[in-house]
Ligand binder design. Sequence first.
Ligand SMILES: Cc1cc2nc3c(=O)[nH]c(=O)nc-3n(C[C@H](O)[C@H](O)[C@H](O)COP(=O)(O)OP(=O)(O)OC[C@H]3O[C@@H](n4cnc5c(N)ncnc54)[C@H](O)[C@@H]3O)c2cc1C
Length: 381
Amino acid sequence: MDFSLTAEEADLAELCRNFADREIAPRAPAAWERAECPTDLLREMGELGLLGMLVPEGWGGIGMSTIGFVAALEQIGRADQSVAAALQAHVTIGSMPLLLFGTDEQRERWLRPLAEGRVLGAFGLTEPGAGSDTRGIATRAERRDGGWVVNGTKAFISNAGTDMSFGVTVLARTGTGDRGPRFGSFVIEKDTPGFTMGPKVRGIGWKGLDTRELYFDDVWVPDDHLLGDPDLGLGQFLRTLEVGRISIAALSLSLTQAVLDLSLAYAAERRQFGRPISDFQAIQFKLADMATELEAARWLTYRAAWLRDTGQPFLKEAAMAKLKASRLAAAAASEAVQIHGGVGYMLDSPVARFYCDSKVLEIGEGTNEIQHVVIARALGC
Ligand SMILES: Cc1cc2nc3c(=O)[nH]c(=O)nc-3n(C[C@H](O)[C@H](O)[C@H](O)COP(=O)(O)OP(=O)(O)OC[C@H]3O[C@@H](n4cnc5c(N)ncnc54)[C@H](O)[C@@H]3O)c2cc1C
């Protein structure tokens, strides 16, 4: 087994490293303060092909491997987690439903502009009454006048409300069968009558990510806005989330690498009791643990990506990678603040920003409790 990057993957990672260092990192503190989604950066990333990383060239993407995508996210996330979060949501849950389940007409109409980076994609699963329990979704789609009428509310939806957003793919109840409710996926464009949204919500981290409630009040869409089978939408959405978990794991790796680098530099420079704090074994062991755990989480993540790239099942491995890497990111960010002492506690220190960004990694795209459920089921429980 060899996870070393191909020349193409290494070139992409290098491009992302340079872009992150030159364009993203210098703006990260101000972007955090203003809590705005930097769509101008996302547009530039679109011009570099980054918004179509997992889409084949035939549909406007760059047809990158999942391993290359992880390597790219590792570089972007070191500079700004919000930008990396918007990028990964667009590339995975924002675009994959169209690639995997859309017709050629739907791909031409909606996937191509997403992959070419002209618009931003969003995915609407969560509702005020249904988060982990996806079967509890109450948004309904009913057949009417040769199309569908959608009614309901979605909560915490990222990328739907920016000046670059085109709309959202939502999951809605289409009926009830012998085995319970059935769901379909619908593409709903931004200016469709009856589709409105609330203000951007304020989280403790991912401050630049545009996340909102979406409201659907008698929203009519024609039949060609339905993606795939009107009764199999839930399975489609859950399949889309599998790759989303690999990308959250990649963000977690990037965050851990960032706080490790910051902590190494600070520990070498900060002097107490007449010597650098990196001379103290207590600090050295924290750094050694972080580096060791990062290596372990990195290989879990790259292996899940490799399984996907080689056409093998990766549900359990993606859940394991997300569980391990996000837990590590939250723990490492906390240790990094500890290593920085009072300086690390101050909101204008980069390590404090990463600390605030780390928590959501254990919640988004399936909480870590749900990752346990997925893994336990795969073990036969
Ligand atoms: C910043 C941000 C961005 C987001 N972006 C999107 C997006 O773009 N699209 C989208 O659809 N959603 C998005 N979400 C929603 C996210 O996926 C959900 O928050 C997440 O799935 C958890 O759902 P919930 O918040 O309703 O928590 P709940 O499901 O209410 O869970 C509450 C607690 O109960 C636990 N729990 C629930 N069920 C079980 C169980 N069976 N066993 C053990 N423990 C359980 C959970 O693990 C958690 O600890 C986003 C969320 C955030 C915070």
